[in-house]
Design a protein around this ligand. Structure first.
Ligand SMILES: Nc1ncnc2c1ncn2[C@@H]1O[C@H](COP(=O)(O)OP(=O)(O)OP(=O)(O)O)[C@@H](O)[C@H]1O
Ligand SMILES: [Mg+2]
Length: 350
């Protein structure tokens, strides 16, 4: 199977998906706590709001956004763990929360923070139980397990109870557990959190293999840019429950590409450089100066508002500048700023 999706019917189809949580509004202090007991007040929060998403079989999609953006909530809606407040989810033709068991046959899930293995029994027993749950025949179990064992080197871990595994060992077992029944779809929610460099590399290699060679559809949430760059071609960005970007990973720069940074290296440390620069730029709306080092002033600006030439003309006479560098945004810097809550979304952009 090729890495590129050939089918045109989405395997995952999400329309107008909204999930509202009711959050208690407690006033601070004991008085507030007591008052809340007698007259609780709640606020409804949209964790996911009007999300539309179509994923084709064989795609590998990164789902990124800052803490609390709604990523895990979306994954839980896709797996059927959560019921939508409104909108529809269809996965391989099924509505997950209405057909949880049937849907489970089509999906594998790895939540980096939680294990799906039974804590106290040897790993191999967890695999066998999963085999029973998914009604995998003896032959298929042997084939499937054998393959996963080869790639993930599970052999030495099989007799160990899950609770005694290191994080990296546990992740290898969890990955195997999620793929034992050979589902066409794999959801990975922060799968590489806490993994060391070598385990992470092996993990990525394995997912890439399953995606490219086996046509596995992958949806990955991760704060690790390496995961995203190595595993995904498409990126969906979510912020405050809403999708703010959906497209090719390498086209994100075009979407947010109007952001620039101008780096001015100074001949010597200048404690007043920031103030001087900020004053000179006060009239320019999109330009903001910072001084990351004593001899460096960085101005981030909007290339639709200002040109680097204009900014250099403003600043060069006021500062002792030896070197000038203009930085265009990379996909990496854009994603990082999204995570830092620092990416500006301009509604006039599309
Ligand atoms: N069971 C719940 N009850 C109430 N609010 C919830 C619940 N689960 C999530 N939320 C809220 O919904 C919002 C989205 O949470 P979610 O876990 O989907 O974020 P996330 O994008 O996965 O963040 P992170 O990067 O930290 O994992 C947050 O504001 C969170 O507090
Ligand atoms: Mg999460």
């Amino acid at each position: 199977m090729s890495a590129h999706p050939t089918a045109t019917t989405p395997i995952i189809e999400v329309r107008g998906l909204t999930k509202q949580f009711r959050r208690p509004m407690k006033e601070p202090g004991l008085k507030g706590a007591v008052r809340h007991l007698f007259r609780p007040r709640f606020a409804d929060v949209n964790a996911v709001e009007d999300v539309n998403l179509s994923i084709l079989p064989g795609e590998s999609v990164a789902y990124v956004g800052p803490n609390g953006a709604g990523k895990s909530t979306t994954v839980k809606l896709l797996t059927g763990i959560l019921v939508p407040t409104s909108g529809t989810v269809t996965v391989s033709g099924l509505t997950p929360f209405e057909n949880r068991i049937e849907n489970a046959r089509n999906i594998g899930v790895v939540f980096g923070q939680r294990s799906q293995m039974w804590w106290d029994i040897p790993v191999i027993e967890s695999f066998r139980l999963l085999g029973d749950i998914y009604e995998i025949t003896e032959d298929r179990f042997a084939a499937s397990f054998g393959e996963l064992n080869d790639v993930l080197e599970l052999e030495p871990l099989l007799k160990v109870p899950a609770r005694q595994l290191s994080l990296g060992q546990r992740m290898r077992c969890d990955l195997a557990a999620s793929l034992l029944h050979r589902p066409p779809i794999l959801y990975l929610d922060e799968p590489t959190i806490g993994l060391d460099v070598s385990v992470k590399a092996r993990f990525r290699q394995f997912i890439r293999y399953m995606h490219r060679e086996r046509g596995l559809t992958v949806m990955l949430t991760s704060h690790d840019l390496g995961d995203i760059e190595e595993l995904c071609d498409r990126m969906v960005m979510i912020d405050k429950g809403k999708i703010v970007y959906d497209g090719a990973l390498n086209e994100v720069t075009a979407r947010f590409g109007w952001e620039r940074a101008l780096h001015l290296t100074l001949t010597e440390p200048d404690p007043s450089a920031l103030e001087t620069a900020s004053r000179a730029l006060a009239m320019r709306t999109g330009a903001v100066a910072t001084q990351p080092e004593p001899t460096l002033v960085t101005v981030t600006f909007d290339s639709r508002e200002d040109t680097s030439g204009e900014l250099i003309r403003d600043l060069a006479p006021l500062l002792a500048v030896t070197d000038i560098r203009i930085e265009e945004p990379s996909a990496e810097s854009i994603i990082r700023r999204l995570y830092e809550g620092d990416l500006r979304f301009d509604p006039t952009d599309s």
